[in-house]
Design a protein around this ligand. Structure first.
Ligand code: PGA
Length: 246
């Protein structure tokens, strides 16, 4: 399966910075690259859709409402995102679970809404440092993924999963290759129990992935790509991660 490298810009960027970043990525993209997507702040979707037109890079959003439409001030529906060519949508990022009190149930509904709108949800799961130290890693990620499997039934083979240990996000601390592969295998087994198509589901690693550690992580049998925050904002670093994806 072709690897998938996704940039998560978070709340970063500007009209000028986006333009120079995307231009640099377009001109530096290797010809036989893996699948690549950029999850940009929603206000820049229109700009980035235009800048990415005709390129091999897909557009993504960072969240979607669990509702179809209605009186939900500040939220964006799946249909709205689709109007701007959004193919992927991150759901349940740990920053949203933590700062916006998103529960497993809400995340599962968002994944369902993304699928119903024709987008691929990138479902994030991951344990905190306390949970890891208490030996609860497997239990936590399985609980988070189980909610999404339960709500999405046979459509589960259409999702992307991202394992992002919370303690590794933005901290410069990457999970070791062994730690990451071990959790990816736990998730793969859980997906296999739910779907005969589990082996074609991308399971991405996220958390301080960078130009120096990407190749080793991406060489693991159950690591099918990366969800890249900080390093996706620097064109040479992001291009080097893309190049290291076999
Ligand atoms: P990071 O972020 O690469 O900056 O650690 C990853 C993420 O939060 O998706």
């Amino acid at each position: 399966m072709k690897k998938l490298i996704v940039g998560n810009w978070k709340m970063k960027g500007s009209l000028a910075a986006n333009e120079s970043l995307i231009q640099a990525l377009r001109s530096g993209m290797p010809t036989a690259a893996c699948n690549v997507a950029l999850c940009v702040p929603s206000v820049y979707l229109s700009q980035c859709q235009a800048l990415l037109a005709g390129s091999a890079i897909d557009l993504g959003a960072q969240d979607v409402s669990a509702h179809e439409s209605g009186a939900f001030t500040g939220e964006l529906s799946g249909a709205m995102l689709r109007e701007f060519g959004v193919r992927y949508c991150i759901v349940g990022h740990s920053e949203r679970r933590q700062y916006h009190a998103e529960t497993d149930t809400l995340v599962a509904l968002k994944a369902q809404r993304a699928l119903a709108s024709g987008m691929t949800p990138i479902v994030c799961v991951g344990e905190t440092l306390d949970e890891r130290e208490a030996g609860q890693t497997d239990e936590v990620v399985k609980r988070q993924l189980a909610a999404v499997i339960h709500a999405n039934g046979h459509c589960i083979s259409e999702i992307v999963v991202a394992y992002e240990p919370v303690w590794a996000i933005g901290t410069g601390k990457t999970a070791s290759v062994e730690q990451a592969q071990q959790v990816h295998l736990v998730l793969r087994s859980q997906l296999r129990a739910a779907s005969s198509q589990a082996d074609r589901i991308h399971i991405l690693y996220g958390g301080s992935m960078n130009a120096a550690n990407a190749a080793q992580l991406l060489a693991q049998p159950d690591i099918d790509g990366g969800l890249v925050g900080g390093a996706s904002l620097k064109a040479p670093d992001f291009l080097s991660i893309i190049t290291s994806a076999p």
